[in-house]
Design a protein around this ligand. Structure first.
Ligand SMILES: C[S@@+](CC[C@H](N)C(=O)[O-])C[C@H]1O[C@@H](n2cnc3c(N)ncnc32)[C@H](O)[C@@H]1O
Length: 455
């Protein structure tokens, strides 16, 4: 037998991983580099958590609170991408026996869905790496699914990346890429992203043969933002899922070391393996900002109506604009730098080639959605956006701000940022470091009506 449970203090709870509600271990997954901030934020001197295990992008904490396994794990922080209750850690040299062990211990548990995902192996965007994509996770998920099916267990098994249908991928964990700083270079960048054909970047030839392709709607659109409903929607926004789902997780820390965890899913990102949505991306994106904005709207469960007028500050070269145009919106990009020519030539795109502060504030009348991705300090972003949003003729209802962190410690100021945006009259203001964010986080603010000016 090549599988063994780790002998450590964890054994106190491992002897009966699902039975003991006290002194549980909880995990938090995050981006490489965020660990010191999280350790400091979560392990307060008199607080309930003590650091138990630390790897890049993955931490466990011992909790001194009674925590049933299907509870909302108690670690809340904008830099925490995924969190849950640790059940067990297993090691082995072959995936087959490890999978057998998981089934023998947890098949009888009342979980609804099984997630398999791998701890980040690099920082987002490093040499083509994007969080959530893991051939190893896909392979392990496939093996688990097959093993469950053989026992007529049809519960859902999902993995980061191509989760539902498995291509021919290696399953030899002895030779799988481990937690190294370089992703598998044999895979082209973004190889696991499934394509959507309708991006604005279709070739001229494609456009000629299908005039509809890539052309956003230019008519209609009353500008209302709608939250994706239960029926879901076609396009880049994924279908919402029911709340209160019990998710068993297999977290690949190293190819030969997996953590088994439990998560009671309630928020959109809880349903994404490892907290990274499984979105459809075009083969060619102008910049990584395409991934960021797609994830931001998915996180918020927000869908833009075709024809909606959107303004983006810091728009060059145009990845976010590409996504917004793919959604059928009319986009104005503000940036002194050049835009990608495919964006500039799009009929629904307007370029204001200025710094944001050079634009007259009344020019923002008619927009209800503001996106900002300028590479400036958080205070500069907030000063700029405040001046625009608080101008008497402004009617903004949705702000999607990428807040660049000059250093990781700056994350401590996130609560102040949120308070400041709330003071502008936005009812819902949230922060999350998205899977595709680098040293930055996404601030999402909404309000139902323009309260300051409704009369
Ligand atoms: C990270 S890039 C934006 C990427 C872009 N959102 C995309 O989708 O490809 C940051 C951009 O912010 C722009 N920028 C910096 N300060 C700005 C300002 N005050 N007003 C407008 N744009 C600004 C820079 O010129 C740069 O192009």
């Amino acid at each position: 037998m090549v599988v063994r449970s780790i002998s450590s203090t964890l054994d106190q709870v491992m002897s009966s991983p699902t039975a003991n509600p006290t002194n549980r271990f909880l995990y938090a997954a995050c981006q490489h580099g965020a660990e010191p901030v999280l350790k400091q934020a979560l392990c307060e001197p008199e607080g309930p958590f003590r650091l138990a295990y630390s790897a890049k992008g993955f931490l466990t904490f011992k909790s001194n609170m009674a925590t049933p396994i299907w509870s909302r794990a108690l670690i809340e922080h904008p830099l925490v991408r995924s969190r849950g209750t640790v059940l067990e850690r297993i090691e082995g040299t072959e995936s087959g026996p490890m999978i057998e062990q998981i089934l023998s211990s947890y098949q009888s548990l009342d979980w609804d869905t099984l997630h398999v995902w791998q701890r980040d192996t690099a920082q987002p965007g490093w040499n083509g790496f994007e969080p959530g994509e893991s051939l190893l996770a896909v392979s392990v998920a496939e093996q688990l699914r097959n093993a469950l099916r053989r026992q007529n267990d049809v519960r859902e098994v999902r993995a980061g990346g191509l989760s539902r249908e498995n291509p021919q991928v290696p399953v030899d964990i002895a030779h799988a890429p481990s937690s190294v700083d370089s992703p598998d270079s044999s895979q082209p960048d973004g190889a696991l992203h499934r394509s959507i054909p309708e991006s604005v970047l279709v070739s001229e030839k494609d456009t000629e043969s299908d005039p509809e392709t890539g052309t956003a709607e230019t008519s209609g659109g009353d500008g209302l933002i709608r939250i994706a409903d239960d029926k879901g929607a076609d396009g880049p926004i994924p279908r919402p899922v029911p709340q209160g789902t019990k998710i068993l997780e297999v977290i690949i820390d190293e190819p030969n070391r997996w953590w088994i965890a439990a998560k009671y899913a309630q928020k959109s990102y809880d349903f994404w393996p490892g907290g990274v949505p499984d979105l459809f991306f075009p083969d060619e994106v102008i910049s990584r900002a395409y991934y960021k904005i797609a994830e931001a709207f998915s996180w918020g469960g927000i869908q833009l109506r075709p024809g909606e007028k959107v303004v983006e500050i810091g728009a060059s070269p145009g990845g976010a604009c590409q996504w917004l145009l793919d959604c059928g919106t009319k986009v104005t990009g503000i940036d002194p730098a050049e835009m990608d020519e495919r964006i500039v030539n799009h009929p629904n795109f307007t370029h204001w080639r200025n710094r944001s502060r050079e634009v007259k504030r009344r020019a923002f009348q008619g927009f209800r959605v503001l996106v900002c991705d300028a590479n400036v300090t958080p205070n500069y972003t907030l000063d700029t956006v405040e001046a625009i949003v608080m101008y008497p003729t402004s009617r903004f209802r949705l702000l999607v701000l990428t807040m660049k962190l000059p250093d990781w410690e700056h994350a401590q100021k996130i609560p102040e940022h949120l308070e400041r945006v709330k003071s502008w009259g936005f009812e819902s203001v949230e922060a999350r470091q998205l899977g595709h964010n680098r040293r930055e986080y996404c601030l999402l603010a909404r309000r139902r009506v323009s309260q300051r000016h409704s009369s």
